[in-house]
Ligand binder design. Structure first.
Ligand code: CTP
Length: 403
């Protein structure tokens, strides 16, 4: 796709470097239009290097090729990220005072806007009215997310994460495939927390991002989604939870996650366990904060948790597809271990992903293989977690069709 990325003058401009990189990695032809103000944050050289295309801010450059409208006319998609309150106002008013303004007026392509500003500015009636105007014109507004802002304060106004903006904008630009229309999907995500006492827990590094992408992709394809979320990183669920066909249930422990997934599985056509479930919990949870002098912190007795996935697979209804995830550290035995795990858990598909200190958990990108009938590798994918989610769903849809 020919994608124009408008970058306006907010500190979140640095995050858009990653956004442009993601789009280029996915094979898109990306043209960045920074506003003059934004160049105080990120310079032209960075945009040219990352987008691999020439970059200019002026309507007076490249006049021979009528650049001030040519980019807008060629675009298949325009993303404005970050979009300041000022840019949003200019868009609502239809101002064409710079190259980004003329491009936005010249384009008939879908436009996605990722606002970034302080909470007070986001909540101001002027901004509310401008956002409503853009929405009425069919502009997709992604975020803003709720979280820490530059001034040390916190609230809605933070630009959404680049992966979320890319996923939302790309699916907005290419019409939904409706191959999950009418299908109910149950997805678990995040890492469980097993309490030791009122302030301590056993947990893991799962960010919840891959499960959120799996749920978002299902909703895009027409499914009704129950998303059971254990502990996730801040902002990971912002976009997916806002989808009208997604219901989110928050849980903490493996036992709560098991109960919520079992409830959802009673009506689900596809059950996907992406969550990193603790294999053990404390044998005793102290009512009071454990103290060093009491001694019990040095040794914690553990008891095993139920294997939720294996339980769901054993009690599956006819036609229900059960999908597991396996996080494995890379070695030559990775696929063999994954095949054994698929058999042991009795699942239809096992998505095996490589984890390490810097891969998989929390990372924006993932590398997976999907193991199906007879241990065959039925799909492989590598890249942003949204790309991986797409490939996993293609494999699930194929498995459902094969019966
Ligand atoms: N899982 C589960 N219940 C558990 C543990 C894991 O449902 N108590 C699910 C996870 O959500 C995931 C899959 O099982 O879909 C694989 O988890 P993993 O921890 O890799 O499997 P284990 O059986 O714990 O194997 P290992 O000994 O390699 O940790």
């Amino acid at each position: 796709m020919f994608i124009v990325v408008g970058v306006t003058g907010g500190i979140a401009a640095y995050k858009s470097v990653h956004l442009v990189r993601l789009l280029v990695q996915e094979g898109h032809d990306v043209h960045v239009i920074p506003t003059d103000d934004s160049l105080r944050f990120i310079g032209l050289t960075t945009w040219e290097a990352i987008s691999r295309n020439p970059v200019t801010t002026s309507v007076h450059d490249d006049v021979a090729r009528v650049r001030h409208v040519a980019l807008g006319q060629s675009a298949d998609l325009v993303i404005v990220a970050p979009a300041t309150a000022n840019t949003i106002a200019a868009m609502a008013a239809g101002l064409a005072s710079d190259l980004l303004g003329t491009t936005l007026l010249a384009t008939t392509a879908p436009v996605a806007v990722a606002p970034a500003m302080h909470t007070e500015m986001w909540r101001h009636p002027a901004t509310r009215a401008n956002i409503a105007t853009l929405r009425e014109r069919g502009v997709l507004i992604v975020g803003p997310a709720d979280g820490p802002l530059t001034g040390g304060d916190s609230g809605p106004g933070r630009m959404s994460e680049p992966d979320d903006i890319v996923a939302a904008a790309l699916s907005f630009a290419s019409p939904e495939t409706a191959d999950l229309d009418g299908v109910h999907v149950a997805v678990s995500t995040g890492g469980t927390r097993e309490p030791l006492d009122p302030v301590r827990f056993l947990g893991n590094r799962s960010s919840g991002r891959q499960g959120a992408e799996i749920a978002a992709e299902a909703a895009r394809r027409g499914a009704t989604v129950t998303l059971v979320a254990a502990s996730v990183d801040a902002g990971v669920l912002d976009t997916v939870a806002a989808h009208p066909r997604v219901t989110t249930r928050h849980v903490e422990t493996a036992a709560q996650l098991g109960k919520a997934m079992t409830d959802a599985a009673a009506t689900a056509d596809v059950v996907i366990m992406v969550a990193a479930v603790a294999d053990y919990r404390a044998a005793r949870v102290s009512e009071h904060k454990l103290r060093k002098e009491d001694g019990p912190l040095a040794t914690i007795d553990l008891v095993p948790n139920d294997d939720i996935l294996a339980g769901l697979a054993a009690s599956r209804r006819g036609g229900q597809v059960i999908v597991g995830f396996a996080a494995e550290t890379a070695d030559e035995d990775l696929l063999a271990r994954a095949r054994r795990k698929r058999e042991r858990k009795g699942v239809d598909l096992l998505v095996v992903n490589e984890v390490g200190w810097d891969a998989g958990f929390g990372a924006g990108e993932n590398t997976v293989a999907v193991i199906g009938d007879g241990g065959a590798v039925v799909a492989e994918a590598s890249g942003p977690k949204s790309t991986v989610a797409h490939a996993v769903w293609d494999a699930i849809v194929a498995a459902r069709a094969a019966g």
